[in-house]
Design a protein around this ligand. Structure first.
Ligand code: PLP
Length: 338
């Protein structure tokens, strides 16, 4: 039987037997009434990990980001983000639609922006200008190929935001990958951010869910916005149980995904048909191909390997908990055969 390997995204994982067991046995209640004890446990647990006051469990990272933007801005405001930012590129124009806010885009290095880049883009108080009220960072940066901010990079940005009265939100869809790479402590993040989105369904491998973290007052308002968006869910504790299980069992193992990505990056860099490999930091490998990427993807598909093209000559591999060592070997063997 041919091995199949799905490297399109770390969202494709299926729950493990242990996770399913935790889901089956979850104690649930109606979360709109605030009665789902498993959801409450997940929200408190995640908040404690990051040194934040409170949490709100939501169906997706897009929803946690969009709710955060709504909480931290007023219509007519402007937010600042890197031009690769997921909140801008991949959330369907939601910044304008949900919050009536415009976006100032910066040209960071692999999606990483600095306080020096942000400061001149903060609008002065002037009737002509939108009011700058929010900065959004992403860690790791998806479009940057899993590139990471360290807390040392973040501290001056947080200081600038505080001095200028701006809020700071983190799109932490892959925050645990960033922590695994940098060695920073999750608990220290709470000192710097007003809001943090933590995704449970990417590297952590749950079927569904993200948690928005903030202070108590913000989460109270966020709960209202979630309801308005149709996200007031009921016995979702079955899903929260998967999140609790993932926080307990799937964080340590992210280093395996990183090791697999590093091996793939190294092997790719030796191949004549690969013109460039973006340095691998976490679980994402971006590489450029001499041939059109679509042609390479078609050849990979014949060998049961799924990947995605992010540009005409660029392919993305993402490793995750359903990619095992024998599958990495299979991919390398196939790549070498082209
Ligand atoms: C995947 C992702 C999200 C959220 O995605 P959902 O599919 O809505 O959960 C947000 N930010 C980044 C950087 C992502 O990669």
């Amino acid at each position: 039987m041919q091995l199949t390997v799905d490297l399109r995204s770390d969202t494709v994982t299926k729950p493990t037997p242990g996770m399913l067991e935790a889901m089956w046995s979850a104690k649930v209640g109606d979360d709109v009434f605030g009665e789902d004890e498993t959801i409450i446990e997940l929200e408190q647990k995640t908040a404690a990990i990051f040194g934040m006051e409170a949490g709100l469990f939501c169906p997706s990272g897009t929803m946690t980001n969009q709710i955060a933007i709504k909480c931290f801005t007023q219509p007519l405001d402007e937010l600042i983000a890197d031009q690769t930012a997921h909140v801008y590129r991949y959330e369907g124009g939601g910044i304008a639609f949900n919050s009536g806010v415009s976006t100032r885009l910066l040209n960071g290095y692999r999606g990483i922006i600095t306080a020096e880049m942000i400061e001149p883009e903060i609008n002065a108080e002037n009737i002509h200008f939108p009011h700058t009220s929010l900065v959004v960072l992403e860690n790791t940066v998806n479009k940057g190929g899993g590139s990471c901010y360290t807390l040392a990079d973040i501290a001056p940005i947080a200081e600038l935001c505080r001095a200028k009265g701006l809020k700071l939100h983190l799109d932490g869809a892959r925050i645990f990958n960033a922590l695994t790479h940098t060695g920073d402590k999750a608990i220290d993040y709470g000192k710097y951010f007003n809001g943090i989105s933590v995704c449970l369904s990417k590297g952590l491998g749950t079927p569904v869910g993200s948690v928005l973290l903030a202070d108590v007052a913000t989460i109270k308002f966020a709960r209202r916005i979630r309801k308005v968006l149709g996200g007031g869910w009921r016995q979702a504790g079955f899903l929260a149980a998967a999140g609790i299980y993932a926080l307990d069992h799937h964080v340590e193992r992210l280093k395996i995904d990183h090791a697999h990505a590093a091996i793939l990056g190294e092997e790719l860099s030796k191949l004549s048909w690969v013109s460039n490999v973006v340095p691998v930091e976490t679980n994402i490998v971006l590489f450029d191909t001499v041939e059109p990427a679509a042609a390479i993807l078609a050849k990979l598909a014949i060998h049961g390997i799924k990947a995605s093209d992010t540009d005409k000559h660029r392919i993305r591999f993402v490793t995750h908990l359903d990619v095992h060592p024998e599958q990495v070997e299979h991919v390398i063997k196939v790549l070498k055969s082209f």
